[in-house]
Design a protein around this ligand. Structure first.
Ligand code: ATP
Ligand code: MG
Length: 537
C-alpha cells in the first residue's frame, strides 16, 4: 500500500477528478536547499513521475528583500542534480494575475484597504479565546478601496502606511481567517520584476493563485500550513473560476543535531561558522554533494523515511546508511594512513621492493589489483601500542599482525621521542606468510593497513563530526556549535590517489568512505562516512 498521498491521488485519478496530476516544489530563493527540501522535491517529483503527471519547480519569489539570483541558480542546479526534472517557473510572473484577483476581491466587497500599524493589528487580532476587533476601515466603500489600492500600486503610499486585507471574519476561531493582510506596500527592487512593483502579495494569498495558474492538482506542503488551508480555499473560492488545486500536508523532515532552516543556515555562512553554503558539514544539498553524497543515496533516504503525518526527527545514521550501502557496492578500495607512523622492516635489504596483489571485496565481488611494497612503510599511529589495552588486536612490542595483502610481521622494537611516544617501529617479516601463499600456520589476531613510504603521496584527509553538540535543552544553535566538527589530517596515501578525479570516491580500508574534494586542487579527501554505524564521523 502506498502512502496517504498516493492513496488520495489514486482515488482522484480513478474518479476522474484529476486525470493528469501536476505537483510542484515551491522554494523561496532566499538560501540554498537543504535535506528537508530534498524530501519535498523527491516526494513531489516522485508522485508526478509515478502517475505520469508533471512537476514544476516554481520559485516563490514574492518577498523581494531576501531574494537573490545566486539562490535561484543554486536551487535550479540542486534540483537537477537530485534528478528531478521540472519546468522552472516564477511566482513573480503572476503578479499581474494576483493584482487582478485582489481587485476582484475588493469589487466583491471581500477586501479593504486598512491603515492600522503592525502593532495595532496585533492588538486587534484577539487571541485564541478572545475575538478580534474589527478595523474602522473594514466597511470602507468599494470605490475608495479601489482608488487606495491603485495608489499603493502606483507608489503613492509609503512602505507600511497602508495594507490590503481580506474581509473574512474577525471572530473566526482560526486566527489566519481574521482579516489577514494580502498585500503590503514595499518599495523594493525585485530580482526579476526590477522596480515594477510597489506592492507585494503575502504568501497565503499568493500561493493558492500560483498553484491555480499552473493547474497544480495536489499542492503538497508541510504540516504547519494545515491551519492555513481554510484561507487557501477561501482565496480560490472567491477569486478563481478555473480548475482548483487542493492543499495536502505532510510532516516536515527533521534530522537530529541538524539545523534545518535557511535563515539559520545563512547565519552560519554569514558569520563564518562554516566555509560557505557548500561546507561538507552543512545539511545543504551543496554541502552533502561536496561531502560525497550521491543523488541516488539521498533519493533512497527520502524513500526510506517515508511520508508521515506527524513530525519527528530522523537519526543521522539513517542518511549515512544509505550512502554507506551504496558505496560499499561501488567505491574503489585503497589504502591511506591518516596519522602516519614509520615502520621499517629489519630482515630485508634496503632496496627491497615487491609488487603484491591487493585483494579486496567490491560489494560481493572478489577483486585484486597491484600494490607496491618495500621495507619502508607507514602504518596508522593507533595501530601500534606500547601499552595495549585488553583485547588489543593490532601491533605491540614483540607482537604480530598481518599487513593487509602482504606479510605477517613481528615487532622487534621502536624509537621514541622525548615524551616516550613511538616515532618509528621496527618489525621483521615472518617468512612464508605472504598473503595468498601462506601455509605457515602462523595465526594473528589483527590485519592492519599500510602504505609504502617509497611510493606514496601526501594527501589531506578531512574528517567531519556533527556541526552541533548533542543538546536537547533548547540552547540557541550558536551556543551549540561543536568545536571539533572538523579534523584535518596530513595523511599518506597510495599513489593511485594522486590521479583520482575530483568527486571520485574510495573506501580507505578501515577508515571509511572518502571523496576527492570537488573544490580543492590538491589531493584533499573528505570523509563521507565511517565504515560502521556509530563509528566516529
Ligand atoms: P526553511 O525554513 O528551511 O527556509 P521553508 O519552508 O521556509 O524552509 P521554502 O523555500 O519555503 O523553505 O520551502 C520550499 C518547500 O520545501 C515548501 O513546500 C516546504 O514545505 C518544503 N520544506 C521545507 N523544509 C522542509 C522539511 N524540513 N521537510 C520537508 N519539506 C520541507
Ligand atoms: Mg518559507
Amino acid at each position: 500500500m502506498g502512502n496517504f498521498l498516493e492513496e488520495i491521488i489514486e482515488s482522484d485519478i480513478k474518479s476522474g477528478k484529476t486525470p493528469n496530476i501536476i505537483t510542484r516544489f515551491p522554494p523561496e530563493p532566499n538560501g540554498y536547499l537543504h535535506i528537508g527540501h530534498a524530501k519535498s522535491i523527491c516526494l513531489n517529483y516522485g508522485l508526478a513521475k509515478k502517475y505520469g503527471g508533471k512537476f514544476n519547480l516554481r520559485f516563490d519569489d514574492t518577498n523581494p528583500v531576501k531574494e537573490d539570483d545566486e539562490f535561484v541558480a543554486s536551487i535550479v542546479a540542486d534540483v537537477k542534480w537530485l534528478g528531478a526534472d521540472g519546468e522552472v517557473l516564477f511566482a513573480s510572473d503572476y503578479f499581474d494575475t494576483m493584482y487582478e484577483c485582489a481587485v476582484k476581491l475588493i469589487k466583491k466587497g471581500l477586501a479593504y484597504v486598512d491603515d492600522v500599524t503592525a502593532e495595532q493589528m496585533r492588538e486587534m487580532r484577539g487571541t485564541l479565546t478572545e475575538k478580534g476587533k474589527e478595523s474602522k476601515r473594514r466597511n470602507r466603500p468599494v470605490d475608495e478601496n479601489i482608488k487606495l489600492f491603485e495608489d499603493m500600486k502606483n507608489g503613492k503610499v509609503a512602505d507600511g502606511e497602508l495594507v490590503l486585507r481580506a474581509k473574512i471574519d474577525m471572530a473566526s476561531p482560526n486566527m489566519n481567517m481574521r482579516d489577514p493582510i494580502i498585500y503590503r506596500v514595499l518599495k523594493a527592487h525585485h530580482h526579476r520584476q526590477k522596480d515594477k512593483w510597489n506592492i507585494y502579495p503575502m504568501y497565503d494569498f499568493a500561493h493558492p493563485i500560483e498553484d491555480a495558474v499552473e493547474g497544480i492538482t495536489h499542492s503538497i506542503c508541510t504540516l504547519e500550513f494545515e491551519d492555513h488551508r481554510p484561507l487557501y480555499d477561501w482565496v480560490l473560492d472567491n477569486c478563481w473560476d478555473g480548475a482548483r488545486p487542493h492543499q495536502y500536508e505532510f510532516a516536515r523532515l527533521g534530522v537530529e543535531r541538524t539545523i534545518m532552516s535557511k535563515r539559520y543556515l545563512k547565519k552560519l555562512v554569514d558569520e563564518k561558522f562554516v566555509d560557505g553554503w557548500d561546507d561538507p558539514r552543512m545539511p545543504t544539498l551543496a554541502g552533502l554533494r561536496r561531502r560525497g553524497y550521491t543523488p541516488s543515496s539521498i533519493r533512497e533516504f527520502c524513500e526510506r523515511i517515508g511520508v508521515a503525518k506527524a513530525n519527528s526527527e530522523v537519526e543521522t545514521g539513517q542518511l549515512e546508511s544509505c550512502i554507506r550501502e551504496e558505496l560499499n557496492a561501488t567505491a574503489a578500495r585503497a589504502m591511506a594512513v591518516l596519522e602516519p607512523l614509520e615502520l621499517e622492516i629489519t630482515n630485508r635489504d634496503a632496496d627491497f621492493a615487491e609488487t603484491l596483489e591487493f585483494s579486496y571485496n567490491l560489494g560481493e565481488q572478489e577483486k585484486t589489483r597491484e600494490v607496491s611494497f618495500s621495507g619502508s612503510l607507514y602504518i596508522e599511529k593507533d595501530d601500534f601500542s606500547l601499552d595495549p589495552p585488553p583485547k588489543y588486536k593490532r601491533l605491540t612490542l614483540g607482537g604480530t599482525v598481518r599487513l593487509k595483502s602482504a606479510y605477517i610481521i613481528r615487532c622487534t622494537g621502536c624509537d621514541k621521542d622525548e615524551n616516550g611516544n613511538p616515532v618509528k617501529v621496527y618489525a621483521e617479516i615472518i617468512e612464508g606468510t605472504k598473503s595468498g601463499q601462506d601455509n605457515s600456520g602462523v595465526k594473528v589476531k589483527g590485519v592492519i593497513h599500510w602504505v609504502n613510504k617509497k611510493d606514496c603521496v601526501n594527501i589531506t584527509a578531512r574528517l567531519y563530526d556533527y556541526l552541533l553538540d548533542d543538546d536537547k535543552t533548547g540552547r540557541d544553535f550558536s551556543e551549540r556549535l561543536n568545536k571539533d566538527s572538523l579534523q584535518v589530517c596530513a595523511a599518506k596515501g597510495e599513489r593511485i590517489l594522486e590521479t583520482a578525479a575530483k568527486g571520485d570516491n574510495f573506501q580507505f580500508l578501515r577508515q571509511g568512505y572518502f571523496v576527492r574534494d570537488i573544490k580543492s586542487d590538491g589531493a584533499v579527501f573528505n570523509r563521507i562516512v565511517g565504515l560502521k554505524d556509530g563509528f566516529k564521523r
